[in-house]
Design a protein around this ligand. Structure first.
Ligand code: CU
Length: 164
């Protein structure tokens, strides 16, 4: 009698503990499977920022604070660049780059979020600013020069951004 009771108790114990264990294992497997397929999703989840930009592009770090725009580089050569934009402020911000026929921006980033923006830049001057509310006027703007060598008056002064 006593032996049989022990066995029953043991079986119950095993069942109780293996059951949830299997479930947890299956869950872990599902989670791993999901994580593996994480390519270039549409940014539905605020995942960690990618360490580097796309292959073949140069990375420029952009910090958004209240209310300033800090670029790691402000003079670039023509080419493809990945702007790694991080919102270090306490308000929603985003980054827009405009000039030489280019106009691109990141989505609006909540505090702490970041986003990558790959832009192909030609020679010229670009305005980089935050398009959220009146942030541009509060100081969230800066200039980016691509090409650089044209600074010492090569004749006509091409004033961009005059076409309003
Ligand atoms: Cu802003």
């Amino acid at each position: 009698m006593e032996g049989r009771d022990m066995t029953t108790t043991l079986m119950t114990f095993v069942r109780r503990n293996v059951g949830p264990g299997l479930t947890a294992g299956a869950l872990a497997g599902i989670l791993v499977a999901c994580g593996g397929g994480n390519g270039n999703g549409g940014g539905s989840s605020p995942s960690a920022p990618e360490k580097s930009g796309k292959a073949g592009t140069t990375q420029v770090d952009v910090k958004l604070v209240d209310f300033k725009m800090q670029l790691s580089e402000k003079t670039l050569k023509a080419g493809a660049y990945t702007f790694v934009v991080k919102n270090d402020g306490h308000h929603d911000h985003s980054m827009e780059i405009e000039g030489s026929g280019t106009e691109q921006k990141t989505r609006t980033l909540a505090p702490g979020e970041s986003a990558n923006l790959t832009v192909s830049l030609k020679d010229g001057k670009y305005q980089v600013y935050c398009p959220v509310d009146g942030h541009k006027d509060l100081g969230m703007k800066t200039e980016l020069t691509v090409g650089g060598s044209a600074s010492t008056g090569s004749g006509t002064n091409t004033t961009d951004g005059n076409g309003y």
